[in-house]
Design a protein around this ligand. Structure first.
Ligand code: SAM
Length: 196
């Protein structure tokens, strides 16, 4: 397992490049306003460092699903967090998960969607809509679509404008969460009709 390494100035070809230590967690939490008792999905959780932070925010009365297809990451996280409010799942967020419909207050997905195909993106949106409560939030963290010293090829990245055209939800805000990274939040609700 390896974190994204800014220092080396180029991308590593590893499955697991974590954003731990790169992102401004306080800014992220400020944009999410989590409350005790809430339910979070950390989709593509990697080493689960954000799942652990969310776990403290929602307190033991809440729940965090830490989901990743990588059995190794999930196995390590499961051993570290057994007996807490973190539920680990080996799973794929672009397909139906075992999580109950309309049960989730926040779906957080950090530096994952740039690897999705068009079909996977459709599956992801479908699963988000199935899981999220009517007043729930989707938060997407991605690397800016500009030349950066590291990160996926530009043609795989999404700008926040592009995200707004792809995600059929109500855009809330885009905030910078580190040098080169932004978080875009979306609300589930469809916007109210504006009178002509
Ligand atoms: C760059 S890492 C980011 C990990 C973590 N979110 C972070 O910010 O450090 C991308 C993660 O997405 C996971 N992933 C890839 N495809 C996925 C999918 N279809 N559903 C859920 N997670 C996926 C990978 O296994 C990997 O752990």
């Amino acid at each position: 397992m390896e974190k994204i390494d800014k220092g080396k100035g180029k991308e590593h070809r590893h499955r697991g490049k974590f954003t731990e230590g790169l992102l401004d967690v306080e800014r992220i939490l400020g944009g999410l306003a989590l409350r005790p008792g809430q339910t979070v999905v950390d989709a593509g959780c990697g080493n689960g460092y954000m799942s652990k932070i969310f776990s403290r925010q929602v307190t033991p009365s809440g729940k965090v699903y830490a989901l990743d297809p990588d059995r190794h990451f999930i196995g390590v996280l499961e051993a570290e967090t057994r007996g807490t409010n973190i539920v680990t799942i080996v799973g794929d967020i672009t397909r139906p998960t075992p999580i109950e419909p309309s049960s989730v207050d926040l779906i957080y997905i950090s530096t994952v969607i740039h690897c999705f195909s068009k079909l996977q993106m459709q599956g992801f949106i479908q699963e988000v809509r199935r899981l999220i409560k009517p007043d729930g939030l989707l938060a997407i963290v991605e690397i800016e679509k500009t030349e950066t010293p590291f990160g996926p090829p530009l043609n795989r990245r999404f700008s926040s404008e592009e995200l707004r055209t792809i995600v059929p939800m109500t855009p809330v805000e885009t905030i910078p969460v580190a040098e080169y990274f932004f978080m875009h939040t979306f609300a589930h609700a469809t916007p109210p009709k504006v009178a002509p």
